[in-house]
Design a protein around this ligand. Sequence first.
Ligand SMILES: Nc1ncnc2c1ncn2[C@@H]1O[C@H](COP(=O)(O)OP(=O)(O)OP(=O)(O)O)[C@@H](O)[C@H]1O
Ligand SMILES: O=C(O)[C@@H](O)C(=O)CO
Length: 428
Amino acid sequence: MLIGVIADDFTGASDIANTLSKGVAPEGGLLTAQYCGVPATSANSDIQAGVIALKSRTSPVNDAISESLAALDWLLSQGCSQIIFKYCSTFDSTPTGNIGPVAEALAIAMDENNVLVCPAFPGAGRTVYQGHLFVHDRLLNESGMQHHPLTPMTDPDIRRWLQKQTAWRVSHLPVGELHEGRFAPRSISSDTQTTEKTFLVADAISDNDLIALGAAFQGARLLTGGSGIAMGLPRNFFKKGLPQPTKSTVLSNMGDGAILAGSCSGATRQQIEAHAENHPVLDIDVPSVLSGSLDSAALVEFFTKHRQDAPLVYSSSAPEIVAQIQEDYGVARVAEALEQLFAETATKLIDLGFTRIVVAGGETSGSVAKALCHHSSVEAMHIGIEIDPGVPILHLDTSKPICLALKSGNFGARNFFKKALDMMKGTA
Ligand SMILES: Nc1ncnc2c1ncn2[C@@H]1O[C@H](COP(=O)(O)OP(=O)(O)OP(=O)(O)O)[C@@H](O)[C@H]1O
Ligand SMILES: O=C(O)[C@@H](O)C(=O)CO
């Protein structure tokens, strides 16, 4: 294993696994596997990039640090020479969040003093300019992310937000300097290294910027960012003579499909609306879930009844409704109840012969993927074709074919759900 990734959620993990697996033309990418948590056993020897999916994005700082360090130990023991800490391209965290503390802990463990920070993912509209994060043409705090149920992003200046989470110095690598070629390959970790512990927030407004950063940081043992930061990294290994891997993930005899949406993000809500135009959908009544009168049996009944018709069940609601529910019942209690409901439902569906499961939302995907991996006794998922930017088909490493798509809340085109199920069947 050459590159190891510690991802703070499951959709983010499949996003960066997709980037590493695709690489950039002409060389392409690495043979990549995604793991549900820290594996208990060693990776297959042909795997070149390993992505450990944690569910630590909203965990307390100390828990996130210890899980991330355990992931680091495993990745280093598999031979990785470069580690990426993957967080969200919208830098999802709170002022007391764990991105800064986890990055610090990993840097200390790896003896790195200057650590890159770059959430940019231009393919999904996320760019960093003058240290500020944009989602398409809006600043982060005007993009809808200011209403996120768990991590409302109210400041677009990544330097200022990160500085709230860390005592390390936070500095800036302006895109102008990158364009002027002032970051010659390999120069960053040698020439500009300072002994003062520093996070370098890098601008990146295009894929080319990320590829240039990948070349400039090829000597870095630790990088942090969104999935875009991995774009330029496989090339560094191919340039050193790594042979291109053979990849084969085949879709055949796939069973019925189901869609579970727990994301309240704008894009997911529009995708649900689009899907509802031609497919059966069920809106979960959250208070009934909390009172115990609505459970996974009811959802399974709905899915079974409509199993041929791409059925979708969702809890997603508008920000004001989510805020009210959270005020009435508590943020954590609602999240836990819904995530458990989705996870239980998904495992029951697998037992009933469903083999294509699409999930929307990072936290929601985390509970569903963990439950399915546990249920099927697998640790690894292989990376298949990309459905929409940042969302690949994942193949569970089981004897009977099971595919998953874990969609980040704001990813995907309007017709994502139908497209995903069709692609998983091999008919799109
Ligand atoms: N109607 C609702 N009311 C309150 N909370 C909800 C509701 N529906 C979902 N949630 C919770 O909100 C959280 C949504 O987070 P999740 O990570 O799944 O989606 P997301 O943030 O849109 O996705 P991503 O992290 O990929 O951007 C989950 O914990 C989910 O259980
Ligand atoms: O970076 C992103 O936007 C996604 O991979 C993600 O982490 C959302 O949960």
